[in-house]
Structure formats: structure tokens, C-alpha cells
Design a protein around this ligand. Structure first.
Ligand SMILES: [Zn+2]
Length: 156
């Protein structure tokens, strides 16, 4: 069995946690896991790390992103049309979440690689992945709040 097969299996395992995989990919992965101890062990290890996250009440980024997008949309709908600047900020917040989702498998693998190079425990680099997702949203929200605060204080 060559390294490319394991690489593909690991990509699919990461992808499966973040988005859905096709039936064909699912079948391929199941077949690979059935005969590959290394990938099965990796999958189990990742699963237990993620369970530990859930036990710590940290929700998976996917749920967080969905809820935030909903909030951004609701917020955008109630904005008056005369305030395009604010809408623009919310749009940026939404786009940053979408980009975060799109780059998710890549980010996951990047952190996994870096964690392996530095010899970090899985929980540490996985916390890094979570932060990667949270930070753009926090920055965007902070900007909006700051803008709101500034306007309130200027008009008074
Ligand atoms: Zn394998």
C-alpha cells in the first residue's frame, strides 16, 4: 500500500468531519479503513480528541459558522438601507466565515502537519484550528461594536 492511499484516506477523514463526502468516497474510505490499521488508529484518535472538545462544551466550528451566518443575515435584513457602510461590515463578517469554511480541510491539515513537526499533543493543534476559525469573526464583530460605540459617543 503506498503513501498516497493513506494521504487520501486522511484527507477524506478530515473532510468527512467538516463537510459531507460523496457515496463513492465513503465506500472507498470504508474499504481503506478495513485494511489499514494506521489510518483506523488515526481516525479513532481524532474522534476521541473531538469528543474531548465536545465534553468541554466547545461546539464544532461548523455549527458555530452556521449560527453566525444566520445571525449575520438576520442582522443585515433589519438594517436600514441608508446605512450601507454597516451592511458592508456585516458582509465582510459573513464572507470571512465562508472563507474559513472553504479553507477548513486545508487549515486542518496545515495545523496537523505543524503539530506533528513541533511534537505537540493533538489537543493543542486542534485548539489552534478552532482559534483560526474564531478569530476573523471576533475581529469583525469587534470592529462593528467599536464603530457603534464611536457613533454613539460622537452624536451625544
Ligand atoms: Zn491508510
Amino acid at each position: 500500500m503506498n503513501g498516497k492511499l493513506h494521504e487520501r484516506a486522511q484527507q477524506l477523514m478530515a473532510k468527512r468531519r467538516i463537510e459531507s463526502v460523496s457515496d463513492e468516497e465513503q465506500v472507498w474510505l470504508a474499504a481503506h479503513l478495513a485494511e489499514c490499521e494506521a489510518c483506523t488508529a488515526l481516525d479513532a484518535q481524532t474522534q476521541s480528541a473531538l469528543s474531548a472538545f465536545r465534553a468541554m462544551n466547545i461546539e464544532l466550528p461548523r455549527n458555530l459558522a452556521e449560527r453566525t451566518q444566520l445571525r449575520v443575515r438576520l442582522r443585515a435584513e433589519e438594517l436600514p438601507a441608508r446605512n450601507p457602510g454597516r451592511f458592508f461590515l456585516w458582509a465582510i463578517a459573513g464572507v470571512s466565515w465562508l472563507l474559513g469554511l472553504a479553507s477548513a480541510p486545508l487549515v486542518w491539515r496545515g495545523f496537523e502537519w505543524a503539530g506533528g513537526q513541533l511534537g505537540l499533543p493533538r489537543i493543542v493543534w486542534q485548539a489552534g484550528v478552532v482559534l483560526w476559525w474564531l478569530v476573523p469573526g471576533i475581529v469583525a464583530t469587534g470592529t462593528i461594536l467599536l464603530q457603534k460605540w464611536a457613533r454613539t459617543n460622537v452624536t451625544e
